[in-house]
Design a protein around this ligand. Structure first.
Ligand code: PMP
Length: 309
């Protein structure tokens, strides 16, 4: 943590050591969970010794959309935010895999939880990060007894910090019960997503993931995997998935910036498919891993290089 505190972050309009990036205890965002955030990765390519940010403009576009839902008025454009992220890699002289946590938070000291006419502020911190979930082996997952918050409770389409109390409850429940990750059902009882990942199943070579109205975050990795699958000639369906459909799927996997493409070996103690990584998951995972390091000829523009030389 000591090294982490020395890293350069962006806070209150300036680049400064993380140890100097603090907020007051009365801050609206701390009291009411009124912060919207992103999670973005930069990948180090050993061959070129460059770092590639993965879809930074799409990440900042989503932050702007989350901010709009939460009645925030960011002063930086999507392009300016992306430039700050690139600059942070340079200032920290990263030549490794890096994770970014950009966010806009209601920064006023206020007693009332209302959203309108409350000032906000934009910050980013970064850290070195390799895998978030252990993807070398299949995950053992369980459906949580906690239901996903829905669009008329706290919109999951907005990546708002307050909504992550829901993720925290589910994640701790299943981890304390001995599993690796949680699956949420939505308020109707259909499969929604993981605590911080979207979910896919494969049945008879068709790739299936819930629609944007199943109380999910509209994941950038999910959109990437759908586009990769289509490019590979794999049929993709977006529709409701029932809980028991997970048990009989040929393959199940999670996607997310942190999780990347993480395959699931077991759901609620039922082995999925053969119990090893499935062929569709394996194919998509391999292509994703190459893509994020700038090595895909079709989707090259999604990996944005930091260093010019
Ligand atoms: N769902 C939730 C609840 C998440 O927190 C995340 C991680 N950001 C995802 C899905 C995956 O989204 P993305 O692929 O954009 O990281």
């Amino acid at each position: 943590m000591e090294d982490q505190l020395k890293s350069i972050a962006y806070h209150l309009g300036e680049y400064r050591p993380l140890s100097e990036c603090n907020i007051n205890i009365m801050t609206h965002a701390l009291q009411y969970g009124t912060m919207v955030f992103g999670g973005m990765r930069g990948y180090h390519d050993p061959a070129s010794n460059n770092v590639f940010l993965f879809r930074p403009y799409d990440h900042f576009r989503r932050i702007h959309k989350s901010a709009h839902i939460m009645q925030m008025k960011p002063t930086q454009s999507v392009e300016q935010m992306a430039e700050i992220a690139l600059e942070l890699v340079r200032r920290n002289q990263y030549r490794c895999n890096v994770y970014f946590r950009p966010f806009i938070y209601k920064s006023e000291l206020r007693l009332s939880p209302s959203l309108h006419n409350v000032n906000d502020s934009f910050s980013i911190y970064t850290m070195k990060l390799d895998d978030y979930l252990d993807t070398s082996k299949g995950l053992r997952v369980a459906v949580s007894s906690w239901r996903r918050i829905d669009d008329n409770i706290i919109p999951t389409r907005a990546k708002v910090s307050g909504g992550y109390a829901n993720s925290a409850l589910a994640k701790s429940e299943v981890v304390q019960n001995g599993f690796d990750e949680a699956i949420f059902l939505d308020s109707r009882g259909f499969v929604s997503e993981g605590s911080a990942e979207n979910i896919f199943i494969v049945r008879d070579n068709v790739l299936i993931t819930p629609s944007n109205n199943a109380s999910i975050l509209e994941g950038i990795t999910m959109r990437t995997i759908i586009d990769l699958a289509k490019d590979e000639g794999i049929k993709v369906e977006r529709r409701d998935i029932g809980r028991s459909e997970l048990y009989i799927a040929d393959e199940v996997f999670f996607t997310g910036t942190g999780a990347q493409v993480a395959w699931v070996a077991e759901v609620d103690r039922r082995v999925i498919g053969s119990g090893s990584i499935g062929p569709v998951t394996d194919r998509l995972r391999a292509r994703y891993s190459k893509l994020v390091r700038g090595g895909d000829s079709v989707f090259k523009d999604w990996a944005v290089p930091v260093y010019s030389g």
